[in-house]
Each structure stands twice: as C-alpha cells, then as structure tokens.
Design a protein around this ligand. Structure first.
Ligand SMILES: [Cu+2]
Length: 328
C-alpha cells in the first residue's frame, strides 16, 4: 500500500504577550506621563480542514487563521495560515471532481482568499476576498491532473504567501500514472522561503532568511523520509516561493521519471535536477538501490545553507534506525 507523509509542524501555542512600559522625564520631579504599550500576539489553535465526498463532488472547508509556526528550532513566526499549519493541508482529489470549496476567515484583522492553481475559474469571481469573521463558498471543476500550488490571493499577494498562506493540491489523473504499479511509497514536499517576520521590505528586496521544505528547516532532518532498499519512491513536490526557484535534486539517485506539473503526459526520463519555477510542481520517481541517507536538496546551495535540505533514509526493512542523518 502507498503511504503518504504530511510533515506539518502543528503549533498549538496561544500566547498573549503584554508589555507594559512606564517612564518619566529625568529632569522633572514628577513624571511627564506614563505610557502603557500593549502588544497582543495572537496564535489561534489549528482548525482541521473538513473534506467530504459525494460522488464526484468534493466539499472542502478550510480556515484562514493566524498561528505561530516554529520555522527553525526555537524560532517562531506569527504566520498567516490555512488551518494553522505551514504549508496548509495537502488536498487530494481526482481529475473530473468538482470542488465545492468554503473558506472561513478567522483572522479578525484582514481579508483572505483562495487561489487554486488546479482549476479553471475567473479569479475576479472565484478567488475573491473573504472578510474577517465571514465565510465564502466557491465551486469549480478540476479538469487537469497534476500537483498544484494553492495560495491566498489577497493583495498584496506577496505578503500573504511570504507569511505562510500556501499549500499543495494533488489532482490524481483519472486513469492514474503509467508508473503507478511500480511505486512502493510516496511523499509530499513543499519548498518555500521565510523572510524577516512581517517585513514587506524584506519580502520585496531581501534574501530569504530561511529556505525550507514543508515549512521548517529541521523536521526532515530529524525525522527522515523512509524507504526500503529496492523501493521505488514517488515524491509530489511543489515550489511555492514566493520569490525563488528550486533546483530540486536528490543526492545519490537520478529521477527515473519526472512528470512536469504532475501531468502524466509530461513525462521525462533520467533527470538529475528538476527545475521548479515559483509555483511549479512535479511528480518525481526513482528507485533506491543501497542502504543509507540520501539528502534531498535544491541544488542552489546558498538555499541549502538556509535550511533547504531533508533526508531520505533507506534501510533494509524500511524502518528508521534512529541514528543521526547525513545532511548537506
Ligand atoms: Cu491571505
């Protein structure tokens, strides 16, 4: 059976941070004034998505919310999210399904929206803002198979993506992939960047502080993806940016098959590195022949130094021996 790992760090911390400052003039015998400054940092508990199928109608309810995400060990980012995780939940439907999508906006401070790259729809009516405290429902068909990005499309989109509002939707081909019968296990990876928190100038102009897979720079090193010697592994990979491209590469293998954007007709063979533009995706497949740790990287090594590496651990029986991982 296939297995799929959704590596998502759930942060359940609810923090209200109150700073009270009082000061007075040094050359006055009585205080000029007392200033009280209150900062409230909201972190909403993750709300699970609700997904229900009736025939080919798939009802999906997701929540826009503000939640602290641990992007590196001990480094919290007060993220704008779908459902309290970054990336948001991996959605999986089948070509030909109709999505009846509801976005609830729990963020009291601003509108959010949903832009699915998996559908043909008029953005001006189907990807529109949902106001704070409100919900919006939109219907669209999934007519093309693949692995697609979704993201908040509210202005400025750069801020909504850089702050964490993105994820992956897989539209499985109706007839499957020609290589389905070869695949032993599968995983999902989303590459993205983190900048200085809520700093629009940094989003615009700066190098990212972190480039990561699945939202942080440590989980995929501490909890490697697993495979057994001889397995054929499939990875659904997406680069959501917002600004950088990915040169996706798995050290120690080459990709026997790559389906660009996950469309079964876009097949290439024997690829060493997959170019993923911002918002691009692919389905990649390869067979692991020897035991060991196989670093997963973008071959832009300044981004590896900023976190973009994970580990695929191959063992005799496909279980983790728990040892420290080889990373790049
Ligand atoms: Cu948003």
């Amino acid at each position: 059976m296939f297995s799929i790992l959704h590596v998502m760090k759930l942060s359940l911390v609810f923090v209200i941070f109150t700073a009270t400052l009082a000061h007075c003039s040094s050359d006055s015998i009585k205080p000029d004034h007392h200033a009280v400054e209150t900062t409230t940092r909201i972190s909403q508990e993750p709300v699970d998505p609700i997904i229900r199928r009736e025939g080919t109608n798939v009802y999906i309810e997701m929540t826009a919310q503000v939640t602290d995400i641990e992007i590196s060990k001990g480094v919290m980012y007060n993220a704008w999210t779908f459902n309290g995780t970054v990336p948001g939940p991996v959605l999986r439907v089948t070509e030909g399904d109709t999505l009846i999508f509801t976005l609830k906006n729990k963020d009291a401070s601003m509108p959010h929206s949903m832009d699915f790259h998996a559908v043909h729809a008029a953005p001006s009516s189907k990807f529109i803002d949902v106001m704070p405290g409100e919900a919006g429902t939109f219907t669209y068909p999934t007519s093309s198979p693949g692995v697609f990005m979704y993201h908040c499309g509210t202005q400025p989109v750069l801020a909504h993506i850089a702050n964490g509002m993105y994820g992956m939707i897989i539209v499985e081909p109706k007839a499957g992939y020609p290589s389905d019968h070869l695949v032993d296990r599968e995983y999902t990876l989303v590459q993205s960047e983190w900048y200085k928190e809520h700093d629009y100038d940094a989003f615009m102009n700066a190098e990212p502080n972190y480039v990561v897979f699945n939202g942080n720079d440590y989980v995929l090193k501490e909890q490697p993806l697993l495979a057994q010697v001889g397995d054929t592994v499939r990875i659904y990979v997406s680069n959501v940016g917002p600004n950088e491209v990915s040169s996706f590469h798995i050290v120690g293998t080459m990709m026997d098959r790559v389906y660009t954007d996950g469309n079964p007709r876009n097949i290439q063979y024997g690829i060493q590195t997959v170019m993923l533009p911002a918002s691009g995706g692919a389905v990649v497949e390869f067979t692991v022949t020897e035991e060991g740790d196989y670093p997963i990287v973008t071959h832009q090594f300044n981004h590896v130094a900023k976190g973009a590496s994970g580990v695929l651990r191959v063992t005799k029986d496909g279980t983790d021996h728990g040892g420290p991982a080889m990373t790049h």
